[in-house]
Design a protein around this ligand. Sequence first.
Ligand SMILES: *Cc1c(COP(=O)(O)O)cnc(C)c1O
Length: 387
Amino acid sequence: MSRIFDEDLTYGFGTRAIHAGQRPDPVSGAIMTPIYQTSTYAQDALNQHKGYEYARGKNPTREALERNLAALEGGVHGFAFGSGMGCMDSIMKLFKSGDRIVCADNLYGGTPRLFDRILVNYGLRFSYVDTRDPQHVAEAMGPDVRAIVVETPTNPLMHLTDITAVAEIGHAHNALLIVDNTFATPVFQRPLEQGADIVFHSTTKYLNGHSDMIGGAAIVRDDDLAARLQFILNSAGAVPGPFDAWLVLRGTKTLHLRMAAHDANGRAIAAFLADRLGADQVFYPGLPSHPQHELAKRQMSGFGAMISFETGSKENARAIMNRLKVFSIAESLGGVESLANHPASMTHASVPPERRAKIGITEGLIRLSVGVEDIRDLLKDLEQAMG
Ligand SMILES: *Cc1c(COP(=O)(O)O)cnc(C)c1O
């Protein structure tokens, strides 16, 4: 279990990003946290160890990352996992057969796949509602509901959920609020400070930021919840290796700088697309035309670089995507390089077509993860691709 030092919270975000959870190596003074590539730890004498017994439970590199992430999210305890989905699966092990979870109806595609095709077989039940209106969440609550899972902004339609409002509803019903903060990152959105109980990340995305590993994380404030998560982490063992933990730790050192650059590029590209296609064809919470722009301004301190736009048909989407040169056609998001994705056939292919149609993931929708290349080159690329 990781507990950050209290004094870390008095420092600004950038200082915490670079230092929190990390101390120069006591053996050599190495400024960077070593990659403790070990499975076990020698004891000085029987039952006399240094706090580390076996690396599934605890590893110093992973621990540095967990403390760092806790400090960035304004939490107390962080837990690193081998993937985002491994993390979500472990979070769901907090609940038991018969419990119901109320979920947003526009979650990352892999999340409902895990819920509806695997976890239902263990007696967990999931209800999906449009969480843009907190009233829908209130109506879905009941004595069997143990948690609410939302993602804000969502993937790929950039729907927002009012975290404070939904946290209040959850707490009135003794249910935990779990917020997937992968898109906004703690640079732009701070769910724990707005009432959430668990912040979830696919660290694969912005936190690592360099598209070179897969990982997940959960951050909490409550000590009892942390003890339960640590027990699940050690028992179920969906942990990352120390090298992957180290890569994320290296990534978070520049998170604040990267997010500022992503945000600037994201705004410029959203404005360009809105101008070209009409604002109603572009989904980006930073556009004044976004139906929840006021909530975005209240809840987020930046809008990021995830943008979706409607091209009208799969043929149009295909033609534009195949002409892109700087943007790569790829799944995933959040790296320094720009990516273009066709949700209906790529990231959201596992979402049943009826549900895709219901939430508005059309065949003509393209989702961009805008990187931090020179904005001139990105705009030129889109311009030539759109003809
Ligand atoms: C990628 C992603 C996940 C899943 O994480 P993995 O690291 O791919 O397992 C969950 N939520 C969101 C919003 C994501 O983008």
